[in-house]
Design a binder for this molecule. Structure first.
Ligand SMILES: Nc1ncnc2c1ncn2[C@@H]1O[C@H](COP(=O)(O)OP(=O)(O)OP(=O)(O)O)[C@@H](O)[C@H]1O
Length: 240
């Protein structure tokens, strides 16, 4: 997503560190996320990407450092790899939690339309495909009109074609809703394809940042994906 207005920080992370007991998972993370930016976090498995996302979400406390919002604290929603839908509720109930408020019902209708599921509103999660369930999870995340959407491998369990369609849907929705988005992914091509900027988390810190390709040039995605992969595996990598 390309922003046309001058970049304004949505959140700033300074010298962030996270330990679990003696185990240091993150250290010296310094990062600024701009409003409207789509940022991907990539890196080796166990490198601390999801931990960083949970810290940003406020689901865990950092051990050291600060996370500040130059403006007001944004409304944040998280989408995970598993859809976390309630099986005893219909699609609509899963996103409205059975509240009957008229504005909420209207927004649920709009969000279901946005993710292409109006016709599935009265079905139960067990009747949906994996991709459809993730669409419901996306609609649910959007209900609160978040400013910051955190995506923790939400497409990891989907087949390649469904995944590609979901990438496009997420990009479109993020643009329409003017969201700032942080995506954790294992897939370097997904990062290159979706993100304005990809941050490589390595040795517990943010080592590299790769700018996303021109979205109108499909061939450029592969070039950026290769560079991200190189950053991840480069044994000589220094600080960003
Ligand atoms: N609650 C916890 N207690 C102890 N260790 C934890 C806890 N949560 C995460 N860790 C450890 O922190 C490290 C980073 O985990 P994290 O899930 O953030 O990595 P990741 O980069 O997201 O990995 P993956 O790509 O495999 O999902 C791992 O070694 C993990 O075992």
């Amino acid at each position: 997503m390309t922003t046309t207005t001058a970049a304004q920080p949505l959140l700033t992370i300074n010298d962030l560190g996270k330990q679990y007991g003696p185990k240091v998972v993150l250290r010296d993370v310094n990062l600024t996320i701009q409003q409207g930016e789509f940022v991907a976090l990539v890196g080796m498995s166990g490198g601390g990407k999801s931990t960083l996302l949970r810290l940003i979400a406020g689901l865990e406390k950092m051990s050291t450092g600060t996370l500040t919002y130059p403006d007001v604290a944004p409304v944040i929603r998280v989408m995970f790899q598993d859809d976390r839908l309630l099986p005893w509720m219909t699609v609509r109930q899963n996103i409205t939690f059975k509240r009957n408020d008229a504005a909420l019902q209207a927004r649920s209708q709009k969000m279901l339309a946005r993710v292409g599921l109006e016709k599935w509103a009265d079905q139960y999660p067990a009747q949906l495909s994996g991709g459809q369930k993730q669409r419901v999870a996306l609609a649910r995340a959007l209900m609160a009109k978040p400013q910051l959407l955190l995506l923790d491998e939400p497409l990891g369990a989907l087949d390649a074609l469904t995944r590609r369609k979901m990438q496009d849907l997420i990009l479109q929705v993020c643009q329409e809703e003017q969201l700032t988005t942080i995506l954790v992914t294992h897939d370097v091509e997904e990062a290159a394809r979706m993100a304005d900027r990809t941050i490589v988390i390595k040795d517990g810190t943010n080592r590299y940042a790769e700018k996303g390709p021109d979205k109108d040039d499909p061939a450029a995605v592969g070039v950026v994906a290769d560079q991200i992969l190189h950053d991840i595996i480069d044994p000589e990598g220094g600080p960003a």
